[in-house]
Design a protein around this ligand. Structure first.
Ligand SMILES: Cc1cc2nc3c(=O)[nH]c(=O)nc-3n(C[C@H](O)[C@H](O)[C@H](O)COP(=O)(O)OP(=O)(O)OC[C@H]3O[C@@H](n4cnc5c(N)ncnc54)[C@H](O)[C@@H]3O)c2cc1C
Length: 189
């Protein structure tokens, strides 16, 4: 998925059409020393899949962004082709591309029930209308379990609250141009 995402975002206007606001900043994944072995295993797996990623030293990362404090960092993976996109632009570009290919979009229209006959989905019900279809794609994200329950199914999705912090750069300084993340608590190594 990562490899295909980078291809699509880098050539968005040709592949999808419109603009995704993609900015190629590069991405660094910082991990603590104790996960060195699984880190290198994951890196090798990604390289085998053709992802442009490699391990870099702390000195190399500091050349890219000298302001990092790397005291607790053991290993660093660097993907020069990565970056970030604008979610609103990306979504509207996909919708426009879909509409130009015959997509009908109903905004702010909640699926309230599925019409099921003889064990098969035959349509979706909304507060305003009913749509006949034999195929329903459940793309309801954190609400996907609620939609699945309409078909008598249970999806093991647990919704939990996530904390985010927003830090302003010191006065007179720009934010780092390089994207960085570290492993989360629930990351399995
Ligand atoms: C705080 C936060 C920060 C994040 N930061 C990043 C980031 O920096 N980079 C990154 O790549 N990802 C990030 N993510 C993850 C990213 O937002 C999700 O992975 C992504 O939005 C999932 O897309 P989706 O289309 O599967 O689901 P969603 O975007 O959740 O869309 C599901 C849609 O289904 C609709 N829906 C629900 N129930 C029904 C119903 N009954 N009928 C009709 N429609 C329904 C909802 O209204 C919603 O529009 C972040 C997530 C959060 C919460």
């Amino acid at each position: 998925m990562m490899k295909r995402c980078i291809e699509i975002f880098t050539h968005f206007s040709e592949i999808v059409g419109g603009n995704a606001g993609f900015v190629n900043t590069g991405w660094a994944f910082l991990t603590p020393p104790e996960v060195a072995r699984p880190f290198r295993k994951n890196l090798a797996l990604q390289q085998d899949l053709g992802i442009n990623t490699r391990e870099i030293s702390k000195a190399e990362l500091l050349e890219l962004e000298p302001r990092f404090d790397l005291r607790d960092v053991g290993q660093i993976a660097y993907e020069p082709d990565s970056g970030y996109a604008d979610p609103h632009l990306t979504t509207t570009s996909y919708i426009q591309a879909g509409c130009s290919r015959g997509l009908d979009m109903l905004q702010c229209t909640r699926v309230t029930a599925l019409r099921i006959e003889h064990g098969r989905v035959m349509g979706v019900k909304t507060p305003n209308c009913e749509i006949s279809t034999k195929v329903v794609v459940n793309a309801a994200g954190p609400w996907a379990n609620g939609v699945a329950e309409m078909a008598g199914l249970s999806i093991p999705i647990v919704v939990s609250r996530e904390e985010e912090i927003l830090l302003a750069p010191p006065v007179g300084q720009k934010p780092p141009q390089l994207f960085t993340t570290g492993p989360t608590d629930d990351e399995s190594w």
